[in-house]
Design a protein around this ligand. Structure first.
Ligand SMILES: C[S@@+](CC[C@H](N)C(=O)[O-])C[C@H]1O[C@@H](n2cnc3c(N)ncnc32)[C@H](O)[C@@H]1O
Length: 341
């Protein structure tokens, strides 16, 4: 049977299943160590080969979200920014300020070198057009509202493929939403992607045992999930209606939530996003290379959803903010701030 976390009275917070991509352990308790160990050009490149189109596809989804909602000059808070894989997307949106936070110091260091253009494979890239700050810490535990009070308000907050890490206890989920709500301006936008609980639980019910998967991923549930008729979802698989209800408590309203398959169907109707998909390589190069996501990669895409939330209220047009003074155009190791409660 499922069991609830210590401080949660809500039935929506449970121990996680083991969600694995082949060689890629996503629900490990030592998240920071896990991601820190995956520095630029190491294991990850090797693994990426078999899921290259999936990675390009995920980049397309994030790019679409950013292009839809980021505006020139925006101040951006990138929670769980990882190695800075989205820096280039923010640059294309001509944002004005960027704060990236991740729990894994190795990833933050990679993000720093990528931002500076120091990483080998990025050397030819021009400098990014926005000043940045990088922070290493647990963004679902620390009072970011206090720590980043002078950098706020942000126009947009992004949490890509990571929001579910906040769901291990109700306190953490609440801290995450409280942080984001406190730091966004009224009318500010919160975009994100995370596992789609509906799909995962549906697949669990259809599975013969407590595990399922294909050539590129597998998911294994603990024995406590043996009762497959239980409608509640495990902790790191976030039941979206509960997430939405909690977000509403923190002043957010839902703009949309879409499973990745629906997302594609909808946004590939727009020529600019077809071009973007082609540019990223997820549809081949459109000439000789007609390759695209394999059926197994497409099945993985189905496991995720994207959401957009808006913080209620009207933006204060008169407010002038000096937050960019906190950012730098070149970041030294000493510029990375380590925070804990
Ligand atoms: C799948 S990666 C996504 C990285 C990036 N957002 C992207 O889309 O490329 C998940 C990231 O979440 C980070 N993470 C997990 N839990 C976190 C926490 N509590 N605070 C900050 N970062 C966290 C990990 O270190 C990792 O970099």
């Amino acid at each position: 049977m499922m069991r609830s976390c210590q401080e949660s009275s809500s039935s929506a917070f449970y121990r996680p299943p083991h969600l694995r991509f082949k060689n890629l352990h996503l629900s490990c308790h030592e998240v920071a160590d896990h991601y820190s160990g995956r520095t630029n050009q190491t294991l990850e490149q090797h693994e990426a080969g078999s899921i290259i189109h999936l990675k390009q596809f995920n980049n397309w989804i994030k790019s679409v979200l950013i292009q839809l909602y980021a505006k020139r000059g925006d101040a951006v808070l990138d929670l769980a920014c990882g190695k800075g894989g989205d820096l280039i997307k923010w640059d294309k949106a001509r944002i004005g300020y960027y704060v990236g936070i991740d729990i894994a110091d190795g990833s933050i260091e990679d993000c720093r070198t990528r931002y500076n253009g120091d990483a080998d494979h990025h050397q030819r890239r021009k400098k990014y057009c926005f000043p940045a700050r990088l922070i290493c810490g647990d963004c679902f535990e620390v009072r970011l509202d206090k720590f980043l009070a002078e950098d706020a308000p942000f126009d947009i907050c992004s949490c890509q493929f990571a929001m579910h890490y906040s769901w291990s206890t109700e306190a953490r989920a609440r801290r995450a939403l409280a942080n984001i709500s406190a730091l966004l301006r009224p009318g500010g936008i919160f975009i994100g992607t995370m596992p789609d609980a509906n799909v995962i639980i549906k697949k669990l019910r259809e599975a013969e045992g407590l595990h399922f998967g294909n050539s590129v991923y597998w998911i294994r549930f603990d024995e406590e999930f043996e009762d497959k008729d239980a409608v509640d979802c495990p902790e790191w698989i976030v039941p979206f209606p509960v997430f939405k209800a909690l977000a509403e408590e923190y002043g957010f309203e839902l703009v949309f939530v879409k499973n990745s398959h629906v997302f594609v169907e909808e946004y590939l109707k727009k020529p600019e996003f077809v071009e973007l998909m082609r540019g990223l390589g997820a549809l081949g190069d459109g000439k000789e290379d007609q390759s695209t996501l394999s059926p197994d990669e497409w099945e993985v895409a189905y496991l995720y959803l994207s959401f957009v939330l808006r913080k209620r209220g009207q933006p204060d047009q008169t407010r002038v903010n000096s937050r960019r003074d906190k950012g730098k155009m070149h970041l030294s190791k000493e510029d990375i701030v380590y925070i804990s409660d």
